[in-house]
Design a binder for this molecule. Structure first.
Ligand SMILES: Cc1cc2nc3c(=O)[nH]c(=O)nc-3n(C[C@H](O)[C@H](O)[C@H](O)COP(=O)(O)OP(=O)(O)OC[C@H]3O[C@@H](n4cnc5c(N)ncnc54)[C@H](O)[C@@H]3O)c2cc1C
Length: 405
């Protein structure tokens, strides 16, 4: 049943009615900023409530200024995970290299945030839930735009007209499909597939990641604290995406069991846990690259517009920055000028961060024995190098000041 949270108070005479599809990171952040700029905001989310689960995500560089301007930085700092060690192991369990995670991610120690995705989603949602209307357990069925606005029908019933519609519905965005065409047109497959799920912390890991690599395969356990559960991660190379395995959880499980069949004890335990896990997330590693992020009165943001892939670790930061700039660019402008201003401001920043992918993929998941040996050599060099420089791409945009906090 659709559950609607209505605003408990309204701001003075909001002029434009807008709809956001997706209450994830990008959607909630955009709702926050559009509300601040005086828009009447409705958010439609297909889940029954905001999604609390998930792996840890990074907030870095320019995106830290966004959460600071939202007043969320102190709370998020308290929830910082503080991962201390990243250990790479060979297939037989012997150590290949051990180093601080920032040496690999190009993060800024002491400044960047790494937090559970659910903690960030909750902080964003609580910052805005009293001011905008959330329609949970619902989604957009049809979009029909004209000069007067966008006519929307909802899956749970009913229709409304909005001045603008925003697709913040993630990598596999239904808004993109409805308005811009099929995903294949915009997806850039990066040659790997991955699964994440939680399992018992049988190795007693604490604030650390262990990653086993063999050519073309990786398995990792990620302990965010001293908890009883860890995030398990399985990644494997495939020149062509195994489309059959995206059809359902069982198909994905079967494929993973086949790919990792001879992988040895720690991975065997992961495969056993995978059989019982109820939170398996399986997907291709890919990016979304689009020539334009808007069409008429409909615009995309976050992963829907420009997913950079987890190999860059920048998906969350791009989502936060695009939400802030998009809302500010629309304040006092009509939609076409606002969307164009947003693209002018953020396009380079987004591209620079998407381009980080070459480095991440090659470093973490080599596909040949030779490339793996070279990678391990590089990791050992990195571990003895002085403090690494953060990637300049993370801070490549200075946030405009739109006069609203
Ligand atoms: C394994 C993995 C590891 C990652 N690691 C990192 C990392 O280390 N650092 C990092 O920064 N990022 C990481 N990311 C990426 C990061 O989670 C996303 O890039 C980021 O959350 C982008 O936010 P978003 O709001 O655009 O999309 P999402 O967070 O995916 O939110 C989309 C929302 O839309 C909703 N939705 C979907 N379809 C519909 C529909 N039809 N109608 C209504 N609602 C809908 C969904 O339920 C969801 O709430 C990782 C991702 C994965 C999969």
């Amino acid at each position: 049943m659709t559950h609607i949270d209505r605003p408990t108070h309204t701001r003075s005479a909001p002029r434009r009615d807008v709809l956001i599809s997706g209450a994830g990171i990008a959607g909630s952040a955009l709702a926050f900023w559009l509300n601040r700029h005086g828009f009447a905001v409705t958010v439609v989310e297909k889940s029954g409530t905001f999604r609390s689960g998930g792996y840890p995500v990074d907030v870095r560089g320019t995106a830290l200024d966004v959460v600071e301007r939202m007043g969320l930085l102190p709370r998020l700092r308290e929830q910082h995970i503080d991962l201390r060690r990243l250990t790479f192991l060979n297939g037989d369990g012997s150590e290949a290299a051990s180093l601080h995670p920032h040496a690999v991610t190009g993060g800024a120690a002491g400044r960047d945030l790494e937090i559970r995705r659910g903690d960030l989603a909750h902080a964003l949602w609580t910052a805005v839930r009293d001011d905008v209307e959330f329609r949970f357990d619902d989604s957009v069925e049809t979009l029909d735009q004209g000069d007067h606005g966008v006519d929307v029908t909802f899956r749970a019933g009913g229709s409304r007209t909005f001045d603008m519609v925003f697709g913040a519905d993630g990598m596999h965005s239904a808004t993109r499909e409805l308005q811009f065409g099929p995903e294949e047109r915009f997806q850039r497959y990066l040659g790997h597939c991955f699964a994440v799920f939680t399992m018992r912390n049988t190795l007693g890991l604490s604030h650390e990641t262990l990653m086993w690599n063999t050519p073309g395969r990786a398995a990792a356990l990620y302990a965010v604290g001293d908890e009883d559960e860890v995030h398990a991660f399985l990644n494997f190379a495939r020149p062509v995406p195994p489309s059959d395995a995206f059809g359902g959880r069982e198909a994905a499980r079967r494929l993973l069991a086949e790919v990792f069949a001879d992988a040895g004890p720690p991975v065997e335990d992961m495969l056993t846990a995978l059989r019982d896990a109820d939170d398996v997330f399986f997907d291709a590693v890919g990016q979304i690259r689009m020539p334009r992020w808007s069409s008429g009165r409909v615009a995309l943001l976050g992963d829907a517009a420009h997913a950079p892939s987890f190999l860059t670790g920048q998906g969350t930061s791009l989502a936060l920055v695009s939400a802030y700039v998009l809302a500010g660019s629309l304040a006092g402008r009509e939609h076409a000028a606002g969307f164009a201003a947003h693209e002018r401001t953020t396009r380079d920043f987004v591209t620079r961060n998407q381009d980080l992918v070459g480095k991440g993929g090659a470093l973490l998941f080599p596909t040949t024995a030779r490339a793996l040996a070279q990678r391990n050599e590089r990791l050992r060099d990195l571990s003895s190098a002085p403090s690494p420089q953060p990637h300049s791409a993370h801070s490549a945009l200075v946030l405009p000041d739109f006069g609203v906090r």
